[in-house]
Design a binder for this molecule. Structure first.
Ligand SMILES: Cc1cc2nc3c(=O)[nH]c(=O)nc-3n(C[C@H](O)[C@H](O)[C@H](O)COP(=O)(O)OP(=O)(O)OC[C@H]3O[C@@H](n4cnc5c(N)ncnc54)[C@H](O)[C@@H]3O)c2cc1C
Length: 337
C-alpha cells in the first residue's frame, strides 16, 4: 500500500475533511488536494455552519442518510470536547425554530434523534420574540465555523505530509491516469466535471455582523435566521433555485436585515462585517459513489463525494468516512461495481 497515490479534487469543507480522513485510512499514501479555489473563495466559507439537516437532505437510502448524519455529529462533538475543538471552530449552541403558520417547519426527524435536546417551545418561549409565533422548538446542536475548521483541517493534513496544488481540472478521467484513485469533492464544479445535470445551484446570501451579546440562534419563517458563530453572527437568508448570481444584491441585503431585526430588535445597529453570497451545490440525492471506467485504454478509479446542497458542513464528516470506505474497497480490488 506504500505507493498509493490519491488526488482529492476540491478544498471546500468536503474536500478538506475527506483528505484528512483518507490520511487516517492510508497512513503511507501520497495524498494531494487539487483545487482552483481555497479558503474564503469557497462556498464553504459562506455557511453559518449549523448542524441542521433539512428535510430535503437525502443519501441513497434513509439508513445511509441517518448514518452520515449520526457519524458527523459524533465526529464534531468528539473534536469539540478536545482542547483543539475551539481552534477548529466547533462549538455547541442552542436556540429556537419558530413558525407562525407551519407546524412542519419546527420538526426535524434527524435532529429529534441525534441532538442531545429537542423539545417543543413553551408558550412563554413563543413570546420571546416579536411576531405571532404559533409553533416552536428549542434544541441544542453544534456549529462548525468553516473559517476556523478548514484552515485547521488543512494544517493537520499538511503536517501529516499532504500536499496542496492550485489548478483547475478539466477532466477527472485525464487526472486519474496519474493517480491510483481520484476523489471528486468539487461541489458545484461536478456539474461540469461529471456532466451531472442533477446538480443545481441554490443561491444564498448572508450578512456577517458583530453582535457578541447574541448567544442563542433563532429561525423564523421564510428563511429568516440569526446564528451566532465563534466570532460573528450570520444573518440570513434566501434560497434562489437555479441562480448563478454571485453578486451581493442590495434588495436581498435589505430584506435580510429587516426580517432579522424584526425577529430580534437588539440586532439594530450591529456592526456589519461582510455581505456574502454562495451557491449551494444541490443534488436531489447526495452522490457518494465509486466509479471504475476505461479511459484512454486504461482502467481509472474514481470516488465521488458531492452535491450536499445546504447541508455540507452538517454532513461533511459522515459522507467523508463513507467515501473513504469506498476508496478502501477500490484499492483492495474487491469492488462490486
Ligand atoms: C448562505 C449559505 C448558508 C449555508 N449554511 C449552512 C449551514 O448552516 N450548515 C450547513 O451544513 N451547510 C450550510 N451551507 C451549505 C454549505 O456551505 C455547502 O454544502 C458546502 O460548503 C459544500 O462544500 P463543498 O466542499 O462541496 O463545496 P465548495 O465549498 O464549493 O468547494 C468546492 C471545491 O471544489 C473546487 N473545484 C470545483 N471545480 C473544480 C475544478 N474543475 N478544478 C479544480 N477545483 C475545482 C473549488 O475550487 C473548491 O475548492 C450554506 C450555504 C450557503 C450558500
Amino acid at each position: 500500500m506504500n505507493d498509493l497515490k490519491i488526488a482529492v479534487v476540491g478544498a471546500g469543507i468536503i474536500g478538506a475533511t475527506t483528505a484528512l480522513e483518507l490520511q487516517k485510512c492510508f497512513r503511507n499514501a501520497h495524498i494531494e488536494i487539487i483545487a482552483d479555489q481555497f479558503y474564503d473563495d469557497t462556498t464553504s466559507y459562506v455557511a453559518a455552519g449549523v448542524f441542521r439537516p433539512g428535510s430535503g437532505f437525502f443519501g441513497p437510502t434513509e439508513d445511509i442518510t441517518y448514518k452520515w448524519l449520526k457519524d458527523s455529529y459524533e465526529y464534531y462533538d468528539t473534536l469539540r470536547k478536545t482542547p483543539e475543538g475551539i481552534n477548529a471552530g466547533v462549538i455547541e449552541i442552542s436556540g429556537y425554530l419558530f413558525s407562525s403558520q407551519y407546524p412542519e417547519n419546527v420538526k426535524n426527524r434527524f435532529l429529534e434523534n441525534i441532538c442531545p435536546l429537542y423539545r417543543p417551545a413553551t408558550n412563554e418561549e413563543l413570546n420571546l420574540c416579536p411576531g405571532n409565533w404559533k409553533y416552536g422548538s428549542f434544541f441544542t446542536t453544534l456549529l462548525t465555523q468553516s473559517s476556523y475548521y478548514i484552515p485547521w483541517t488543512i494544517r493537520k493534513f499538511q503536517n501529516n505530509g499532504g500536499k496542496l496544488s492550485r489548478s483547475k481540472i478539466e477532466s477527472l478521467y485525464q487526472l486519474a491516469l496519474s493517480y491510483d484513485v481520484v476523489v471528486n469533492c468539487s461541489g458545484l464544479g461536478a456539474k461540469f466535471l461529471c456532466n451531472d445535470h442533477k446538480m443545481v445551484p441554490i443561491r444564498g446570501q448572508v450578512i456577517k455582523v458583530r453582535a457578541p451579546w447574541i448567544k442563542t440562534f433563532f429561525y423564523g419563517d421564510f428563511d429568516t435566521y440569526i446564528i451566532p458563530g465563534v466570532d460573528s453572527v450570520t444573518l440570513g437568508g434566501c434560497r434562489h433555485y437555479d441562480s448563478w448570481d454571485l453578486n451581493v444584491n442590495n434588495y436581498d441585503s435589505n430584506k435580510i436585515k429587516e426580517q432579522c431585526e424584526s425577529l430580534l430588535p437588539s440586532l439594530r445597529g450591529a456592526e456589519i462585517i461582510a455581505h456574502k453570497v454562495g451557491l449551494r451545490p444541490y443534488r436531489n440525492i447526495v452522490r457518494v459513489e465509486k466509479e471504475i471506467t476505461n479511459f484512454d485504454g486504461r482502467r481509472v478509479k474514481l470516488v465521488h463525494n458531492y452535491g450536499h446542497g445546504g447541508y455540507g458542513v452538517t454532513a461533511a464528516p459522515g459522507t467523508s468516512m463513507y467515501c473513504c470506505n469506498l476508496v478502501q474497497e477500490l484499492w483492495k480490488g474487491n469492488s462490486k461495481l
